[in-house]
Design a protein around this ligand. Structure first.
Ligand SMILES: NC(=O)c1ccc[n+]([C@@H]2O[C@H](COP(=O)([O-])OP(=O)(O)OC[C@H]3O[C@@H](n4cnc5c(N)ncnc54)[C@H](OP(=O)(O)O)[C@@H]3O)[C@@H](O)[C@H]2O)c1
Length: 199
């Protein structure tokens, strides 16, 4: 079986279960893979929070989703403000979410910076590390009480889904997360520094 082959065909249109009464939070979701994910989940009845940083892009995406078919009887898509460049925003977004909802069935880590220039951001940490790793960690830890509470309910099936990449297989060396120097590694001498940083 080839590297990119999948073990089994999965058609979200027919293979996803009914998600009515489920509450799902996805980071990003206004574009790319996240957008398609939101569409399928909402079409199966879920209430999906699109945790995105830009209000107009989020609202445009929700309008587009409605145009593509999220009519009455389908789920709902709600924007939740979240810019993952600062982990404080992740904590705040989790708190906002927990004021609004009494359950969280699925948390999806989807948002990511991909092939970007090296940049040091909040608290002296490389932006890609903050967005892709640290703020997602803070978001998850902040939502954990609600995830635990939902998991304790009868017939619940709580999941945390991390959308990741096989890209790390194409770069040499082990990723390290020991200290600030590891977080801020620039990989200047790599064949493709930006690919290596995101992998
Ligand atoms: N595309 C691929 O070939 C591929 C392959 C393997 C894995 N993946 C994984 O799939 C996931 C989605 O990738 P994609 O290809 O769909 O990427 P994409 O089209 O570039 O979408 C990235 C999403 O992340 C959001 N985002 C970026 N920075 C953010 C921030 N600071 N705060 C909040 N949201 C932020 C973007 O929002 P804005 O619109 O505001 O920028 C957008 O919604 C990623 O985790 C990626 O690692 C992708």
């Amino acid at each position: 079986m080839g590297f990119f082959s999948f073990s089994k065909a999965f058609d979200p249109a027919s293979d996803l279960p009914d998600l009515s009464d489920k509450v799902i939070l996805i980071t990003g979701g206004n574009a790319g893979i996240g957008y398609a994910t939101v569409k399928h989940l909402a079409r199966h009845g879920a209430k999906v929070y699109m945790a995105a940083r830009n209000q107009s892009r989020a609202e445009a995406a929700i309008a587009q989703l409605k145009e593509e078919g999220l009519g009455p009887g389908n789920g709902e898509v709600v924007w939740l403000e979240l810019d993952l460049k600062d982990p404080r925003n992740a904590k705040k977004a989790a708190e906002e979410f927990m004021k609004k909802e009494k359950r969280l069935d699925v948390l999806i880590h989807n948002a990511a910076m991909l092939l970007e220039n090296f940049a040091i951001g909040t608290d002296g940490v490389q932006e890609i590390m903050m967005v892709n790793v640290i703020s997602h960690f803070v978001l998850t830890r902040s939502l954990q009480p609600l995830l635990d509470q939902t998991a304790a309910e009868p017939n619940s099936d709580v999941r945390i889904v991390v959308v990741a990449s096989e890209g790390h297989r194409f770069v040499s060396g082990e990723p390290r997360y020991r200290n600030l120097d590891d977080f801020n590694a620039e990989f200047k001498n790599a064949l493709s520094p930006s690919f290596t940083r995101q992998a």
